[in-house]
Design a protein around this ligand. Structure first.
Ligand SMILES: [Fe+2]
Ligand SMILES: [Fe+2]
Length: 243
């Protein structure tokens, strides 16, 4: 059984469609979503509906999701992010809000663990370096641990007892070593790795492989929707550059 691992969809339905289509073409039928389904993007409702319809999805709550359902104060977000959170709240149906409100902050199965930010601070920590990884190797048991939140495709591991971090590029394949490892598949809907394509991964527990991919989508279509909705211009512009 292989898993499509993705994160930070952020209401970008064009990007999500492209990623789910990519998974379909690769016969992936099980999925892991590391949170932030909504926020920033123009189609939060379509994104939630698409994920609600997926059987075999393990998903956790992100900080933007938490803010939309009142589990986190909007004061922690910058003005553009807060605008998009309000927009999402107004646009989501009762069922969609209920789906988000029921997402756990952490999920652990026989084959992986998943949180949004980090195991110790699931909604707030941006896990980006070796020290943070070392501080986060305790408190969860099933490796790999999939994370999101930073929007950066990254791989964390212990190398001869020393924590090590690598950025992943499209088509990179990691043979998963023994011991605690973490993967961030990058962001579907608002990549920040300098590559505007949607980010995602495929995890194969039987072969102990994690493959990272970047997928083309219609960035212009998302930007036009954002412009029509008079969303903050910077949120649309950044999608062209992947920052
Ligand atoms: Fe995010
Ligand atoms: Fe986040």
């Amino acid at each position: 059984m292989r898993y499509g691992v993705f994160s930070d969809v952020h209401g970008n339905y064009e990007a999500l469609k492209a990623v789910l289509d990519f998974y379909r073409k690769n016969a992936v039928e099980n999925f892991v979503c590391c949170g932030d389904i909504v926020g920033y993007g123009p189609q939060p409702s379509e994104c939630v509906e698409a994920l609600r319809g997926i059987k075999g999805l393990t998903a956790v709550l992100g900080n933007h999701d938490a803010a939309v359902v009142g589990r986190m104060d909007v004061k922690w977000f910058n003005a553009n992010a807060a605008w998009a959170i309000e927009f999402a709240r107004k646009n989501l149906s009762g069922e969609a809000l209920d789906f988000i409100a029921r997402l756990p902050e952490r999920a652990e199965t026989a084959e992986f663990t998943v949180v949004h930010g980090s195991p110790r601070k699931p909604l707030t920590e941006y896990l980006l370096n070796e020290t943070q990884f070392a501080d986060n190797v305790k408190g969860w048991t099933t490796s790999p641990c999939f994370i999101g939140h930073s929007h950066m495709p990254m791989f964390f591991r212990q190398k001869e007892g020393i924590p090590a971090v690598n950025f992943m590029l499209s088509m990179d394949r990691v043979v998963i070593p023994e011991g605690p490892v973490m993967f961030n598949p990058g962001s579907v809907g608002q990549p920040r790795d300098g590559d505007p394509r949607a980010s995602c991964g495929i995890y194969d527990p039987a072969r102990r492989l994690f493959d990272h991919f970047k997928v083309f989508y219609d960035v212009g279509a998302t930007q036009r929707r954002m412009s029509d909705l008079k969303m903050p211009g910077m949120l649309a512009e950044r999608l062209s550059y992947g920052f």
